[in-house]
Design a protein. Sequence first.
Length: 57
Amino acid sequence: MDRIRNYLFVFAGNFLAAYMIFPERTIGKSVMFAALMLLLCMGMDFMKSKRKANPVQ
């Protein structure tokens, strides 16, 4: 549950930042940016957990 809350904060923060950065202030572009950043963060967390579970010797 802790990761889900962190991912929600990441998504909301990225959405608000993208909404302020893009000059058109469109919701679609901001949601797309936030979703891609969320996938990037989730992918990095997944790779970290895989590496931690199977250390290379």
